[in-house]
Design a protein around this ligand. Structure first.
Ligand code: ES4
Ligand code: ZN
Length: 353
């Protein structure tokens, strides 16, 4: 009679114990606040801004202190804070520390598999080139991942603001770097200013090189951006995609093809895509049969974490246990790993049910 006793109402312990995937996480945006402060001290990047200094160049000088900068309400202001973080990750040891801490924080939320996004700068970034960055991530990733029991892969964000030519250069350099645990490419950055179309050849080349693909779309721009990612770039997954809800034909297409959306509700509130959780279309997307996955995007900068996103499913979107498990399964099924690895994670889920 277990199934009668067993209600379908989730609780915190259930959410924590579920072995979860995280498919949409920017490594830089996952930085701990305390680590950002440490690194700012290390490199003497301080508020208030000095004339001609970096804080001013980045237009962060309208803030008196870091607290104020963390209260961004617009995507542009968020990106400025993101660039400040990049600016104080200068040495391989900074990158290793960041990676180790991020994996530790994820594991504490019950994440067992993560795809980490990172952008490779077009030029040397202080004391690191692209290979130094990847080596640092893989060094910490291997060590901490094995110790804590969390598997990771890397997604390279080609950043639309760099333009397709620069992106193609970065992509071609990736082909020469040997095995770096990279599974896919992405275009993040300013979606509203850079539509996907011009990236068609970059994505074609990425597939030829054996990479899987996703694009940020339907976050800062509307359904046409998602259509572009699908038709022009032929992506495997959509980063965000929530604004697909504005086009019923697109919703039917996403359902029929089961194209995964990487939904990040807290991110959408913090960057102003929706003004409240009540307005967020997550529940509508799920009920329509869209294959949604749940992710945290930039938890360090949003002051959130993956577990908090699952709490939103439970407390604010009214998801049952079964519905939450469906979202977790969607994530493992959509991961850029071989079929047998997916089966492994799906079977681990069975054990906690
Ligand atoms: C993004 Cl770094 C980052 N975080 C959240 N949303 C994004 N869209 C494009 N880049
Ligand atoms: Zn993102």
């Amino acid at each position: 009679m277990k199934h009668i006793m067993n209600n379908n109402k989730p609780n915190d312990e259930f959410l924590r114990m579920l072995p979860k995937p995280e498919l949409h996480l920017h490594l830089i945006g996952a930085i701990r606040r305390s680590t950002l402060e440490d690194l700012m001290r290390k490199y003497s990047v301080n508020f208030p801004a000095k004339p001609g200094g970096f804080i001013q160049k980045l237009k962060l000088d309208k803030y008196k202190n870091l607290d104020e900068a963390f209260r961004f309400e617009k995507f542009e202001d968020f990106l400025r804070l993101y660039i400040l973080c990049m600016h104080v990750i200068r040495e391989p040891e900074d990158m290793e520390r960041l990676t180790g801490e991020v994996l530790e924080d994820l594991r504490n939320c019950g994440v067992v598999y993560v795809e980490i996004s990172i952008n490779l700068p077009p030029d040397r970034h202080f004391n690191m080139d692209s290979l130094d960055i990847l080596n640092a991530i893989n060094k910490a990733g291997k060590r901490v991942g094995e110790k804590l029991g969390i598997e990771y892969r890397i997604i390279i964000d080609l950043v639309r603001d760099y333009g397709p030519e620069k992106s193609m250069e970065i992509l071609n350099s990736m082909a020469e770097m040997g095995d770096q645990n990279i599974v896919a490419v992405d275009i993040g950055g300013s979606e509203h200013r850079f539509p996907p179309g011009p990236y068609r050849e970059v994505y074609k080349r990425a597939r030829e090189l054996g990479f899987r693909t996703r694009a940020h779309a339907g976050e800062a721009a509307g359904p046409e951006s998602v259509w572009g990612a699908i038709r022009e770039l032929k992506v495997d997954r959509i980063g965000h995609g929530v604004r697909s809800i504005e086009d019923p034909e697109l919703i039917r297409y996403l359902v029929r093809k089961q194209i995964p959306l990487e939904v990040c509700p807290t991110s959408n509130i913090r960057t102003g895509v929706y003004s409240s959780i009540e307005e967020h279309p997550l529940r509508k997307l799920f009920d329509a049969g869209v294959k949604i996955t749940l992710n945290s995007d930039d938890p360090g900068l949003f002051g959130s974490n993956v577990l908090g996103e699952y709490r939103l499913l439970m407390d604010r979107f009214g998801f049952s246990k079964d519905e939450i498990v469906k979202v977790v399964k969607n994530g493992f099924e959509s991961a850029f790993i071989p079929h047998d690895r997916k089966e492994y994670y799906l079977s681990r889920l069975e054990l906690v049910m």
